[in-house]
Design a protein around this ligand. Structure first.
Ligand code: SF4
Ligand code: MSK
Length: 647
């Protein structure tokens, strides 16, 4: 039943396509995420503050946030324990999600290595060899499949090892690895850390909030320097490393004349195959025979990012636009894999002729058609899906089709490796010119701005205000996930955006090498590219020995998912100043708050900052960057603009 009773909220920062589709939702009397978010207000304060525990059946217990009784749960757990356990579980969930993605691609690599004529082949043998060297797999003149098999096995061992260290984390700066060892937070393996976090947070185990956060960091590191890194690296081997390419973003990429298929979720395996077979001449001929102009493939969320950066497939939209794409009435099929799938897409698809198909045994929806994806017959499944979409074209109700015209041009597909070809000069594979630009003050620093969009804020205002403020102050922005999609829709991934939005120093660099001021490096798991890029900057020299020395900061201004909590924690544990808009759900614990936003810096060099004002959040990041510049005794920023005084 629709819950919408009032006019859509005024969204000051939303792109025009979103605004048009929200009006359309109202006309069609179909609820969207904005309506449902409003309908669940006011939200539970106990939950928001992290003072509610329901991990055993003596509960749920909730602590009085005003200091009155009760101040412990039935078992005696205090607010610090309750809040820390809850945060640790969020980290475990986020780590599990990213890492299962990594496990999936590692498994596909193993199959590709073992089976001749497999649908997936090794597209990037150079990257395979680079990973082989991390895992100590001999390369010499061995057949590529032998190397791939051993690399895949080594990658899969990262998940289940009981003791030792995650081997791919050895790519972190030496000083950082030593610190993790000293603190006892070097992750042993991915599954081991997730399991231990779940164990420690069950009733009656770890009651020390700092000890819980220590394990939380270890688990998060198993994500960033483990599962996510495996996902990125092996995806590059199997599907090819991204290279900078042009494409377009926003709902206007959906052409009503086409048979339209939207892919949504996070994983690249099926969507990469769909991107390939959507160009199949036989299928295109079938689409034409059905009365369409051709086959239109576009994406939502990180599945979109994965096939954008490798195939140039356009971005239909971000997390908040998944229902809006269906509301166009021009989508024959939405194919979903895992993560960030709102169950509401089933309801919206049912209002139109759209076929919704789930493809992972891990992510089904009641009553929704399920076609289990199997890599062994990946091509056959992908072709079958497209054929079904073509058949569905005739069921389209043309009178209900409304597609906004808005699109923006973009350049995406930067990687740890290609960054130095662009920022480091065309002829030398080196980060030297990038380091020099920072050291000279032409670039004030760099920021990773990432993460979800969220109905909690004026749509996209957090992302847009923050990145524009950073660019204006000569901070190069590197982006992934839905932030990258938002920036694309707002024209910030065009090289010309440097002239329009960047400060003089950043403008000079972008003009010289022809890059946008925001570098789109992929989906959420590709935050691992940011970790590796930062490591390369350290290795290049002149900016300290550890990630915590660098004049950089990270942010997820509109975060929503537990995965963002895991990402934030692995950045903090890697030494990065990390800002989010809405605070973590733990503000009811003064001790935990103090630890995460202050004391933790002493231990790991990074810390959390909660700042809902996106411009002020950017200023906090810039002040931090300036402090790091001073500590490194660098020159002041070349074109420094004074920031407002911090109260
Ligand atoms: Fe309550 Fe303790 Fe059980 Fe949590 S673990 S629900 S605080 S009794
Ligand atoms: S898709 S995790 S809403 S960034 Fe990666 Fe977007 Fe956040 Fe999902």
């Amino acid at each position: 039943m629709p819950t919408m009773t009032k006019e859509p909220r005024e969204l000051l920062f939303a792109d025009k396509a979103t605004l048009q589709m929200l009006k359309r939702a109202k006309t069609e009397n179909i609820d969207t995420i904005w309506d449902r978010y409003d309908a669940v207000q006011p939200q539970c304060k106990f939950g928001s503050l992290g003072v509610c525990c329901r991990i055993c059946s003596m509960g749920p217990c909730r602590i009085n946030p005003n200091g009155k009784e009760p101040q412990t749960g039935a078992c005696g757990a205090n607010v610090d324990t309750i809040a820390a356990r809850s945060i640790a579980r969020m980290i475990a969930a986020g780590t599990a999600a990213h890492s299962d993605h990594g496990r999936g691609v590692a498994h596909t690599l193993l199959l590709a290595a073992e089976k001749p004529n497999f649908d997936y082949q090794i597209k990037n043998p150079d990257k395979l060899k680079a990973i082989a060297s991390i895992y100590g797999v001999k390369v010499d003149s061995r057949p590529i499949n032998e190397i791939a098999k051993e690399v895949a096995q080594a990658a899969l061992e990262e998940f289940g090892r009981s003791e030792g260290e995650i081997r791919i984390a050895s790519t972190a700066p030496k000083a950082r690895q030593e610190l993790w060892r000293k603190l006892g937070i070097f992750p042993r393996s991915i599954d081991r850390e997730v399991v231990e976090t779940m164990h420690r947070t069950t009733m009656g185990v770890d009651a020390d909030y700092k000890n819980l956060m220590k394990q939380g960091m270890r688990t998060a590191l198993a994500d960033g320097w483990g599962g996510s890194m495996v996902a990125t690296e092996i995806s590059d081997v199997l599907f090819g490393s991204p290279t900078p390419l042009r494409s377009r973003a926003n709902l206007g990429v959906i052409e009503p004349e086409n048979v339209n298929i939207i892919v949504h979720g996070h994983e690249p395996t099926l969507s990469d195959m769909l991107a390939i077979v959507s160009k199949d001449e036989g299928l295109i001929a079938k689409a034409k025979a059905a009365g369409a102009k051709g086959i239109g493939l576009a994406g939502i969320c990180c599945t979109a990012n994965e096939i954008l950066v490798r195939h140039g497939v356009p971005l239909a939209g971000n997390f908040m636009q998944q229902e809006l794409a269906l509301l166009t009435g021009a989508i024959e099929m939405m194919v979903v894999d895992v993560q960030c799938l709102m169950p509401s897409v089933a309801t919206v698809a049912n209002c139109f002729h759209t076929k919704l198909v789930t493809t992972s045994s891990k992510a089904k929806m009641a009553g929704v058609r399920h076609i289990e994806f199997d890599e062994a017959v990946g091509k056959k499944i992908a072709m079958g899906l497209i054929e079904e979409a073509i058949e569905n074209f005739s069921h389209r109700q043309t009178e209900r089709v409304f597609v906004p015209k808005e699109t923006e041009q973009l350049v995406a597909g930067f990687t740890t490796e290609s960054v130095f070809h662009h920022l480091g000069g065309k002829y030398r594979g080196t980060y030297r010119p990038l380091n020099d630009a920072i050291m000279s003050g032409r670039l004030r620093g760099a920021a990773g701005v990432i993460g979800c969009s969220n109905p909690r804020v004026d749509y996209e205002s957090g992302h847009i205000k923050m990145v524009k403020e950073l660019l204006k102050n000569d901070v190069l922005v590197v982006s992934t996930g839905c932030n990258a999609i938002t920036c694309a829709k707002h024209g910030l991934l065009r090289p010309e955006a440097a002239v329009e939005f960047a400060g003089k120093g950043l403008q000079e660099i972008c003009r010289a090498v022809g890059i946008p001021p925001i570098l789109h490096v992929g989906g959420c798991v590709d935050n691992s590219r940011i970790l590796r890029t930062l490591t390369n900057i350290c290795t290049e020299g002149g900016l300290g020995n550890d990630l915590s020395d660098l004049p950089v900061a990270g942010a997820a201004p509109e975060w929503m998912s537990e995965k963002a909590v895991a990402i934030g924690f692995y950045f903090v544990a890697s030494g990065v100043f990390t800002v989010i808009g809405h605070p973590l759900p733990m503000m009811g614990s003064a001790n935990l708050h103090k630890y995460l936003t202050d004391e933790i810096e002493e231990e790991v060099g990074g810390k959390w900052v909660f700042e809902p004002d996106a411009v002020e959040a950017a200023h906090k990041m810039i002040r931090h960057i300036d402090e790091k510049r001073k500590a490194l005794k660098l020159k002041p920023p070349m074109y420094e603009q004074p920031l407002p005084y911090e109260a």
